[in-house]
Design a protein. Structure first.
Length: 201
């Protein structure tokens, strides 16, 4: 998902591509309420659909939203001024210590830097939660079915290969294990899945 959208267009697009989008977000909020973190860092926060829900559910928790797109951050700041916002590429982010790190359809934009980013998250947090797209389970067909007519599939595929580096769920779980994490899948509606990984005690 590498197109640029207005907030209204994004909300329409993501719910078309992922009909269970709100269910995924609510599952993350429920987990956070159970975990009661003092600090949450959300990587790839975008326009803040999830972060706004977290702010309402956890008014005392410090929430930091990180995204490379200034327009998205500007929009989020008007919707919820109580969230600290940082403009940064994930590969360049400082990764401060936090109880909980979240990533929402953002890590698949990383290629060689991905393992290093995950390692930093594991070193500096107690819980990592990732909502992501994964290869297999008809991913290409789902994308093809939901593209606008003026955005042909072949054009999408050519552009996608430059910025999207998706992996399969088994590959993801293997890397988490390699880094010393223990992952549990919370929710799956292909090609999307949500899991959390414990990082350190």
């Amino acid at each position: 998902m590498h197109q640029t959208f207005s907030p209204d267009d994004y909300n329409k697009y993501i719910r078309t591509l992922c009909p269970h989008y709100d269910q995924f977000n609510q599952a993350i909020v429920n987990l956070a309420v159970t975990f009661l973190p003092n600090t949450i860092v959300s990587l790839g926060c975008g326009i803040g659909n999830l972060e706004i829900k977290l702010r309402k559910a956890l008014p005392k928790t410090k929430i930091i939203g990180v995204d490379k797109d200034q327009n998205s951050l500007d929009y989020l700041s008007t919707q919820e001024p109580g969230i600290e916002l940082v403009r940064s590429e994930l590969r360049d982010y400082s990764f401060p210590p936090a109880d909980m790190y979240l990533a929402g359809t953002s890590l698949h934009h990383l290629n060689g830097e991905r393992k290093d980013v995950l390692r930093k998250i594991f070193e500096r947090s107690r819980l990592f939660v990732n909502f992501e797209m994964f290869l297999g389970n008809g991913y290409d067909q789902i994308i093809q079915n939901n593209l606008e007519p003026e955005y042909p599939y072949e054009q999408w595929k050519e552009e996608s290969e430059k910025v999207d580096f998706l992996r399969s769920m088994p590959e993801e779980m293997a890397e988490i294990q390699e880094l010393g994490g223990v992952a549990k899948i919370l929710l799956m509606h292909a090609p999307f899945a949500l899991y959390h990984a414990t990082t350190r005690t």
